[in-house]
Design a protein around this ligand. Sequence first.
Ligand code: ATP
Length: 319
Amino acid sequence: MKKIAVLTSGGDSPGMNAAVRAVVRKGLYLGLEVFGVYRGYTGLMEGEIKKFDLGSVGDIIHRGGTMLHSSRSEEFKTEEGQRKAIDQLMSHGIEGVVVIGGDGSYRGAQKLAEYGIATVGIPGTIDNDIPGTDYTIGFDTALNTIVDAIDKIRDTAMSHEKTSVIEVMGRDAGDLALWSGLAGGAESIMIPEVSIDIGGIVDKIQKGIERGKKHSIIIVAEGSTSGVEVVKQIKNRMNLEPRVTILGHLQRGGKPTGFDRVLASRLGAYAVDLLTDNQVGVAVGIEQNKLVHYPFDKILGKPHQINTNMFELASQLSI
Ligand code: ATP
């Protein structure tokens, strides 16, 4: 294999730039020609493809977002769209593509593989919801952003003796809510993997008040219910005016933590090693600090698992 390309797709995440840098630099180190594809599968279909050199990925390792830009494309899900992408790759002589993104982006990579393109996926999403890896690129940064926000909200909640409900990202996976809730000392954590017990949450707030506690923090993953709904339910059950904060997109931005940069660098370089070794149609990951890879088939459709011991621990520590 002589020519490879890299693209970022789906929701952006901090550390994607470090992964792009690693793919480009490792490819050049091995003597390959490396191309950057802009705007994910959309740019691939439109031919937004540029040959990169060492300097193309200079000064990006510390930046959030993705310098390649990202997109979601309905057209690429069609055979016509996929053929457009294949034509572009063939006209550039590109044989291998590294796709950085979430499970939807992996499905796209799987389609490219069906047309004979060698593909490797790298898990880039803040949600930490991709099977076959302990951590996805961006999770640690988003976690720290949320913990920082919880700490700030705690300061004012404590001063005004308020109950605070904080809604965080996580449509299908509760990892961000669980980890940030544990790290931020939340009283209750609501995640999509565990059914909601609003009565239990209200009881906990009530018991806290009875023992002189002045404030409480409740973390809600967006895929569980909405923060506004939780406030409504609490107000219906007790004489309390909780405040709600929806953290929204600030969770996706910001400069990547050292952990995410190291993870992205390791996974990016590993993806190129696999491409050149013709171990393709796979996604890379890290398990117990070891680099691993699994065929897309093994990963896609597998349900995300929450760490139930951690959920139990969070509730034990917040009695
Ligand atoms: P995030 O976890 O941040 O949502 P994601 O990679 O899962 O990231 P998606 O929007 O699901 O994000 O997928 C990104 C893109 O991948 C889609 O917009 C589409 O172009 C492509 N894609 C998704 N599913 C398929 C599919 N079944 N076939 C071909 N392409 C697909």
